[in-house]
Design a protein around this ligand. Structure first.
Ligand code: FEO
Length: 164
């Protein structure tokens, strides 16, 4: 089933936004490395890899349905945050924005009664639950940790163990 033009445009935009998300997380990784928080930097690099995979899901869906992938400019991300807490709060806020965007694409797919796009987007709804939950949970922990350096380094070690 060939992809509808409007849906193709929306998916190309989202492909770009997923790459942009990865760029934000890479920038956060650089920020954490600069602060000597190598575990958080590692966590963010893995997250950036996930965003690349999300982008490729949109890529494959467009291409497999006879559409045309179009790559656009990726906006430069911020490079500084006030604190690790602010960085993870920003990541959580960003993930909520991603969820809203995916819901909008889902509404379009439903309007078009696109039976191929709907299950593909369902995968993203579940993924977004996880992405929001993880960033929110880490932000909450950082809030509780406050100025306690030893607790911060313990959390950093834990986040450095992320495998996927
Ligand atoms: Fe691909 Fe973190 O949303």
């Amino acid at each position: 089933m060939e992809i509808n033009d409007e849906l193709q445009d929306a998916m190309n935009d989202q492909l770009n936004f997923e790459l942009y998300s990865g760029y934000i997380y890479l920038s956060m990784a650089a920020y954490f490395e600069d602060k000597n928080l190598s575990g958080m930097a590692h966590w963010m690099k893995i997250q950036a890899g996930e965003e690349y995979q999300h982008a490729m899901r949109f890529w494959d869906h467009i291409a497999d349905r006879g559409g045309r992938v179009i790559l656009k400019e990726i906006k430069a991300p911020d490079k500084e945050w006030e604190s690790p807490l602010e960085a993870f709060k920003t990541a959580y806020k960003h993930e909520k924005l991603v969820t809203d965007r995916i819901f909008k694409i889902g509404k379009l797919a439903e309007k078009l009664e696109d039976k191929s796009a709907i299950p593909m987007l369902n995968w993203f709804y579940n993924e977004q639950i996880e992405e929001e939950e993880q960033t929110k949970r880490i932000a909450l922990l950082l809030k509780e940790i406050g100025d306690q350096k030893s607790a911060l380094f313990m959390l950093d070690t834990k986040l450095g163990q992320r495998e996927k």
